[in-house]
Design a protein around this ligand. Structure first.
Ligand code: AGP
Length: 638
């Protein structure tokens, strides 16, 4: 079969010019006393949210190895397994694959086997030198049947195993030859009680049970069996047996690993009665906000961010903050900038992680870099923080995923406590990122003396009310859902905001893009007259996030003028404004009320209607809400 002319590898989809869609592969490995097929298939179902379009399993049994794989959803594989059952075994691996350039075919589905059918391997990531390796193998007589990069690993493992007869050593030897980012899990029929795995950049976690062990790309795959986990680090190989887990570097030296307890309940990763994970996660926001505040304020009212392992003395030396993130996390960073500069008077830059290291940023040991990431695996953000650390800057991660790569490679971490966020469109993670950013800003103010205790107390009191305010907003969303349904046939929606309302407008636009597949754009309202007002036409929906009118806010007066300007040109104005703000009423075709909050905290309540709006509009359009087309929950390639 022809290899992709782009030379694209497993896990990426070539769109030419190097633009790649992210891999969304799910991996499960098991060794123990249960039916490996049952455990692996159940685990793959838990990983379906990652998006995929083929799946496969391999089981060791009766001295041999048996595999089944099918294009399409798991239901196709289940049918295959009914028609052609696999033998019962207690060791096995499985995989859900996102189409590569080779397309979602049975042949390209994982696992991939060597020619003798003694080795099976599954993979997430990109093996960038696979073409050269494939050529070598074919010269040595190997026959490769697929268009993927993964298949070369099966053949290389078979070669190495034939001389070392040790699956873990064979994996180490092969990994030392691979270039790129990869997570590999493999089995060999000669070792029926062993599963081996390897990790470079793409996520892989170990689950440790009683007389059984698991490997997975996400704890959701094995949380029903055990909550004891081990995080694997960069360039590590793990050997799993029923009662032992052995981790080394690619060089064979024993590796230090950290065990941790997964505090997410299995049910937390389920939909909880909602039609979509996204609806469940929107509804969980009050709790997520409250949980993220928990334990961060001591009895005296001051902040104790004990996971921030950067000393107060070092924080007092900081003379610049740089926030790096992508997508929704970037919008959280934009809002954080207002709080950090207002409360600490430290200059704060916010950078798209994918642009950051290519602009040759000016960094030094007095620059505090804050990396915001829900998944902790976003490659753009990971590479940006590595660049920052090479320049001598301290990095603080704000992350929702315990044990993921970004916090592990940072100097300090402040975990958000949103719980598992399964829907690709980020909602509760965003609100908790804001809370975490406010806490960091207050903490900087506290250690640097720019925020007195009573001022911090006042903000903390406001923050502790927010959970209830978000709850109140959620109780009044039916008119927003009804409005969204009336706009399902529209092609464009614009979003306007000022001050912290501007990043909220950007976030509202991103939600609509990624869920309703609709053109949406956020603007700073003050920019309208510099061009975008030319877009305004009859009945064009424009969402406007209005700042508080309290305190004779000049921002409020200006944005009311903006609403008048667009309405005069025919726009359909959808106004998000504080309870009691009567000024906007004459100019609002649709008025969405939010509770009065301090200016800097308003994004915590103003964003929620935009999440609901986008979700409902996507539903009205018949779109897949939790797994929007072309998107991944964790973008683990650049
Ligand atoms: C947001 O709805 C998107 N899913 C996406 O923009 C996401 O925020 C971005 O990819 C960053 O992901 P991270 O927070 O896991 O790093």
């Amino acid at each position: 079969m022809r290899i992709s002319e782009f030379g694209h590898a497993e896990g990426s989809f070539g769109l030419g010019f190097g633009l790649r869609l992210p891999p969304m592969c799910g991996i499960v490995g098991y060794v123990g006393s249960q039916s490996a097929l049952d455990v692996v298939m159940a685990g793959l179902k838990r990983l379906e949210y990652r998006g995929y379009d083929s799946a496969g399993v391999a089981v060791l049994a009766d001295g041999g190895l048996a595999a089944a794989k099918k294009a399409g959803k798991l239901i196709n594989l289940e049918k295959e397994l009914v028609d052609r059952p696999l033998p019962t075994g207690t060791t096995g691996i499985g995989h859900t694959r996102w189409a590569t350039h080779g397309g979602p075919t049975d042949a390209n589905a994982h696992p991939h086997l060597d020619n003798a059918g003694r080795v099976a391997v599954v993979h997430n990531g990109i093996i960038e030198n696979f073409a050269a390796l494939r050529a070598e193998l074919e010269e040595r007589g190997h026959a490769l049947a697929s268009e993927t990069d993964t298949e070369v690993v099966a053949h290389l493992l078979a070669e190495e195993f034939s001389s070392c007869a040790d699956p873990a050593e064979a994996m180490r030897l092969v990994c030392r030859r691979l270039e790129g980012a990869f997570t590999l899990v493999a089995v060999h029929a000669d070792e029926p009680d062993v599963v081996v795995g390897a990790r470079r950049n793409s996520p892989l976690v170990v689950g440790v049970g009683e007389g059984e062990a698991f490997l997975a790309s996400d704890v959701a795959a094995f949380i029903a069996h055990t909550r004891s986990a081990i995080e694997l680090g960069q360039d590590q190989v793990v050997e799993l047996r029923r009662d032992s887990v052995t981790v080394t570097g690619f060089d064979g030296r024993p590796a230090d690993v950290r065990s941790y307890h997964i505090d997410w309940d299995a049910s937390a990763a389920e939909k909880g009665g909602y039609d979509y994970f996204m609806l469940k996660e929107i509804a969980e926001q009050p709790k997520a906000v409250a949980d993220t505040l928990l334990g961060r304020i001591d009895d005296s009212g001051s902040l104790t961010l004990d996971e921030v392992r950067i000393s107060a003395a070092e924080l007092r030396e900081v003379d610049k903050v740089v926030i790096i993130a992508c997508g929704t996390a970037f919008h959280a960073g934009l809002i954080a900038k207002y709080a950090i500069e207002h409360w600490t008077r430290i200059p704060c830059e916010v950078e798209l992680a994918s642009e950051f290291r290519y602009r040759d940023p000016i960094l030094d040991p007095r620059t505090l870099v804050i990396a915001i990431s829900q998944s902790g695996e976003t490659m753009d953000t990971l590479m940006a923080l590595r660049h920052a650390r090479e320049q001598g800057s301290k990095v603080l991660a704000i992350c929702n995923t315990n044990g993921s790569t970004i916090p592990r490679e940072s100097d300090a971490v402040l975990y958000t406590h949103a719980g598992p966020e399964v829907a690709v469109a980020s909602t509760k993670a965003f609100l908790t990122q804001l809370v975490a950013c406010y806490l960091v800003a207050l903490y900087l103010g506290q250690v640097r003396g720019t925020k007195w205790g009573d001022e911090i107390d006042a903000v903390i009191r406001d923050l502790s009310q927010i959970s209830g305010e978000v709850e109140r907003v959620l109780e009044t969303m039916e008119p927003v859902r009804a409005l969204a349904r009336t706009l399902a046939s529209k092609n464009t929606v614009l979003f306007l905001g000022r001050h912290v309302g501007y990043p909220v407008a950007l976030e509202g636009a991103l939600k609509l893009k990624e869920l309703a597949y609709m053109h949406a754009e956020g603007f700073a309202a003050g920019e309208l007259k510099h061009g975008p007002i030319a877009l305004i036409e009859e009945d064009l929906p424009v969402v406007v996030v209005v700042p508080s009118p309290r305190g004779r806010s000049v921002l409020h007066d200006k944005i009311v003028s903006n609403i008048q300007e667009i309405r005069a040109r025919g726009a359909r104005t959808i106004v998000i404004a504080e309870e009691g703000d009567e000024t906007v009423v004459p100019y609002a075709d649709h008025l969405i009320r939010i509770p009065a909050t301090p200016t800097l905290l308003q994004p915590l309540v103003a964003t929620v209607p935009l999440q609901v709006f986008a979700c409902e509009l996507a539903t009205a359009r018949g779109n897949e809400v939790d797994q929007p087309r072309n998107l991944a929950k964790s973008v683990t390639v650049e």
